[in-house]
Design a protein around this ligand. Structure first.
Ligand code: PAF
Length: 276
């Protein structure tokens, strides 16, 4: 892969990169389409990164379908699909970690402390291997996007980070590879997550500015469906992820909920009226 990247660069070609864990849905494809328009050569990676899963999490059952992924990649104009083996990315002697101090202490990092170290370590490695000029990440993983931007700034990594909006099913459910774990009933219950965000937007439009009130309402909506539990609901600063109590500027509302045993995340940037 590094040799391909060097060849592209020597020939003056611009490389765009979309790192993924596979099992493609429209969300992945929208990242690839955006990346394809930004460069000459489009490289994607498919790698279910063991470093970002805790021993209790779904590494072994994480959905995989390489044949279908490769067909989608081809249709979407991908030039190279990089699919490393775990042993080659993390040989026995591997001991380096890339980690950030502050941003991972919020939201998903609280109950999944290994997650972002795993993400930043693998993304650094992939950047060094693929040598992209630009990389595209989804806004559904908003915290991941902020963390990657911060890492790239902090370490002077010469890759431009672009983002693309969350792809949703027609009824609003954010697309996720983990949606494939949901039964038909759970699929209905999962909609509560999007409804809780929509309701927050409505409340803000009606003039409610107190985050506690909006979060309580969101909690009620999610818990009103059988089998749902809340991991977190936060209203926070769009750059630092620190809590915001009174909404007087654009904020991030981020939700993580369990639908049965399936953990889903979603978010929305809420913009108070005078800021629009
Ligand atoms: O968002 C993902 O799918 C993963 O976290 C990423 C960026 C591919 C790193 O493993």
């Amino acid at each position: 892969m590094q040799e391909y990247a060097d060849c592209f660069r020597v020939r003056g070609k611009k490389i765009a990169f979309v790192p993924t864990m596979g099992f493609f849905h429209e969300g992945h494809l929208s990242l690839m389409r955006k990346a394809r328009d930004l460069a000459d050569e489009l490289v994607i990676s498919i790698f279910v990164n063991p470093l970002q899963f805790a021993p209790t999490e779904d590494l072994s059952s994480y959905p995989r379908d390489t044949k279908s992924d490769l067909a989608f990649a081809e249709q979407t104009g991908v030039d190279i699909v990089f699919m490393p083996e775990a042993d080659s990315l993390y040989p026995g002697a591997f001991q380096t970690r890339v980690s950030l101090d502050q941003l991972p202490r919020h939201l998903c990092g609280i109950n999944r402390p290994q997650l972002f170290n795993g993400v930043t370590t693998v993304v650094s490695k992939l950047f060094n291997i693929v040598k992209p000029h630009v990389a595209v990440f989804g806004e559904k993983d908003f915290q991941q996007l902020l963390i990657i931007r911060q890492m790239v700034n902090d370490l002077n990594i010469d890759v431009k980070i672009e983002s693309a909006p969350t792809a949703r099913d027609p009824d609003g459910l954010a697309m996720s590879s983990r949606n494939s774990y949901l039964t038909a009933d759970q699929r209905e219950n999962a909609l509560a997550v999007y409804r809780s965000l929509q309701n927050a937007k409505d409340l803000l439009e009606k003039g409610v500015r107190d985050s506690t009130v909006i979060i309580d309402e969101a909690k009620k909506i999610i818990l009103s469906y059988p089998g749902n539990t809340v991991d977190y609901i936060e209203i926070c600063d769009v750059e630092t992820l620190d809590d915001v109590n009174m909404i007087d500027k654009p904020v991030l509302m981020a939700v993580a909920a369990f639908v049965g045993k399936v953990r889903l995340i979603d978010n929305m940037v809420l913009v108070p009226d005078k800021q629009k």
